[in-house]
Design a protein around this ligand. Structure first.
Ligand code: NAD
Ligand code: TYD
Length: 338
């Protein structure tokens, strides 16, 4: 299969490329990525230099650039990871989220129609359902997104599914819970906590630290995406989550314990605006239809993640010591942590 992987230089995309190279060595992979601050350009360029993939730099919302790509290559499928992904940034800089997450998806879908690509898999998020109350949300739950990030992803889901209904494009949409593992940018909670702890710096926890997330280990996610790409039913949405709901303070304490660092590095800071309390989704559909299971318990996944960052300290340091990151950090957390 010849697969276009958009956003393949980011956290989940890079892991998915590596998963596909390992499990489907006969597949041909073309990665198209804008290389925003969140991308690991070194890792993706290394894969291209080793001739394992083809890499093209570009923006999915740039119809001319995407058109040239589709004209040059005949893809069997598109898997779209490309997006602006950080809730805190979406509060401050909403325009980029609408452009990449909504317009970008519409451009990709139109190019699929124009160039006869039959299969489109959209990577979405459980955040489109909004904060859960009691019952876990299944795929038919109402969409009640609370951030621009989540709202832009919800819009993209609906647009993608409309191409199935209107044009018979074989669209599937997956909505996964919070991921953790190698290559995640240290703006997100787990790598942020690891990087701050390694530097002996205060770790910011929003509000009381009691907000909850269900943590899905990256390899379990990649296996689910692979199954959905090959065997998911067109026109369907699939939730993906692991049985590992934790409060944020539990997560950070677990990281500190693994690094033998004291809990007093935790610093409670002003809460995120519109902070969703928890996301709880029901993944019975992918389990029943495709026999997918999450196989990595949180303790072992977190151990592997901490080890990866310890082995990649130079990269972590390169990101967190950059002027761009420092400016971002000040912008989001103000003077509270300095
Ligand atoms: P990420 O921020 O690490 O990477 C996103 C990648 O997309 C980057 O390489 C970036 O350069 C690229 N990109 C951004 N805008 C682009 C554009 N306009 N054109 C081309 N490339 C562009 O994100 P991630 O965590 O890997 O998330 C990937 C997908 O998974 C996203 O769609 C996200 O909504 C979804 N998701 C993420 C999580 C999570 O916990 N990380 C959970 C559920 C769903
Ligand atoms: P994050 O990793 O940004 O993912 P999301 O907001 O998409 O769930 O945040 C995970 C949780 O951690 C969320 O409840 C917000 C919280 N959080 C903090 O308490 N402090 C931080 O500095 C960050 C980045 C997140």
């Amino acid at each position: 299969m010849k697969i276009l992987i958009t956003g393949g230089a980011g956290f989940i995309g890079l892991n998915f490329i590596n998963y596909t190279l390992k499990h489907h060595p006969g597949d041909e992979i073309i990665c198209f990525d804008k290389l925003t601050y969140a991308a690991d350009s070194t890792a993706v360029k290394r894969l291209a230099d080793e001739k394992k993939i083809t890499f093209v730099q570009g923006d999915i919302a740039d119809a001319a650039a995407v058109g040239r790509l589709f004209c040059a290559e005949k893809f069997d499928a598109v898997v779209n990871f490309a997006a602006e992904t950080h809730v805190d940034r979406s509060i401050k800089f909403p325009a980029e989220f609408v452009r990449s997450n909504v317009t970008g998806v519409q451009v990709l879908l139109d190019m699929c129609l124009k160039y006869g690509v039959l299969r489109f898999h959209q990577i979405s998020t459980d955040e489109v359902y909004g904060s859960a109350a009691k019952m876990p949300f299944d795929e038919s739950a109402a969409l009640v997104p609370t951030s621009v990030y989540a709202a832009s992803k919800a819009a993209a889901d609906l647009i993608a599914l409309s191409y199935f209904k209107t044009h018979n494009l074989e669209v599937t949409v997956e909505r996964s819970s919070n991921n953790y593992g190698a290559y995640q940018h240290p703006e997100k909670l787990i790598p942020l906590a690891i990087s701050r702890a390694l530097g002996g710096q205060k770790i910011p926890l929003y509000g009381t630290g009691e907000n909850r997330r269900c943590w899905l280990y990256i390899t379990d996610h990649c296996r689910a995406t692979d199954m959905l790409l090959r065997r998911g039913r067109a026109g369907e949405i699939y939730n993906i989550s692991a049985e590992s709901e934790k409060t944020n303070i539990e997560v950070v304490r677990a990281i500190l314990a693994k690094l033998n660092m004291p809990d007093n590095l935790i610093s409670f800071v002003k809460d995120r605006a519109g902070h969703d309390l928890q996301y709880t989704i029901d993944s019975s559909k992918i389990k029943n239809e495709l026999n997918w299971r999450d196989e990595t318990d949180f303790d072992s996944g977190l151990g592997q993640t901490v080890d990866w960052y310890l082995n990649n300290r130079a990269r972590l340091h390169e990101i967190t010591s950059s002027a761009q990151y420092k400016e971002y950090f000040k912008d989001i957390y103000g003077g509270e942590l300095f």
